[in-house]
Design a protein around this ligand. Structure first.
Ligand code: C2E
Ligand code: MG
Ligand code: MG
Length: 249
């Protein structure tokens, strides 16, 4: 609970690669908790607890501000993606928090992307719609994370003008062997395309997955094949290394 005050929270970053050019086009901020006794605690463990304790609004805002600051050190085509939890919408100030984080850091809205999950959209709340609308007016794009793993009521795609779909790792992990996974990926890509949205595939670990997903028309790729998440201090170097070795990919 005091992790934030005691500087035990840190952001790691994982690159997002353009499937066409193999260049780094973005970095996703991923939260880590360095516990003094228990070591690094993964976000899947502590974020649900922080949400229950009502802490996620505050933590999420810290992530947002820190990520915008870190992104200012990167070459300008590289954008930053920030995961946003439902709690941040419920504090009613997500759009205000975004505009403050942009203002404080000097980052332009076009370089920020928010990743939200299906559960946020299922709340069916006009506040959510307004917040999404307002951040998009600042140039910020909004992606739907872990697509296909939630309740997957496709009706929200009507209601919310989202920019991007992130295809969940569970549909990538069994490629190229699974025909079912391939069908799902193909359907998501074509759905996104026909709605004017772009796609990112998560969790790419093998060259076979890489070439298949590129062939299927995914615009952006992410996974351990390119890089694991690295601490903020290593990001500038990582972007340089990946961009200069892109011919080898
Ligand atoms: P996510 O946003 O879907 O992030 C992708 C997760 O998959 C990350 O786990 C990443 O390290 C992992 N991953 C990436 N590539 C590969 C791969 O090739 N293979 C495998 N096996 N895994 C891969 P991580 O960092 O543990 O984060 C887990 C989840 O925690 C995230 O899923 C996100 O939903 C949440 N999270 C992380 N940081 C934040 C944050 O600042 N705020 C909020 N609200 N949620 C966060
Ligand atoms: Mg994410
Ligand atoms: Mg995901």
């Amino acid at each position: 609970v005091h992790a934030l005050e005691q500087n035990q929270l840190a952001l790691y970053y994982q690159p997002l690669i353009c499937a066409q050019s193999n260049l780094v086009t973005g970095m996703e901020a991923l939260l880590r908790w360095h516990h003094p006794e228990r070591g690094i605690i993964p976000p899947t463990i502590f974020i649900p607890i922080a949400e229950d304790l009502g802490m996620m609004g505050k933590v999420g805002n810290w992530v947002l501000e820190q990520a915008c600051q870190d992104a200012m050190k990167w070459p300008s085509p590289v954008r930053v993606a920030v995961n946003v939890s439902a709690a941040q919408f419920h504090t009613r100030t997500l759009d205000l928090d975004v505009s403050l984080a942009l203002g404080k850091s000097g980052l332009s809205g076009e370089r920020l992307e928010l990743e939200i999950t299906e559960s946020v959209l299922l709340d069916d709340d006009d506040r959510v719609l307004r917040a999404i609308d307002n951040v998009q007016d600042m140039g910020v794009s909004v992606a739907i994370d872990d697509f296909g793993t939630g309740f997957s009521s496709l009706s929200y795609l009507h209601k919310y003008p989202l920019d991007k779909i992130k295809i969940d790792r569970s549909f990538v992990v069994n490629l190229p062997k699974s025909n079912h996974s391939l069908s799902i990926v193909r359907t998501i890509v074509s759905l996104a395309r026909s709605m004017g949205m772009s796609t990112t595939a998560e969790g790419i670990e093998t060259r076979e997955q890489h070439s298949l997903l590129r062939q299927e028309g995914c615009e952006q790729l992410q996974g351990y094949l390119f890089s694991k998440p690295v601490p903020a201090c290593e990001t500038v170097q990582l972007i340089g290394t990946l961009n200069s070795s892109r011919e080898a990919a």
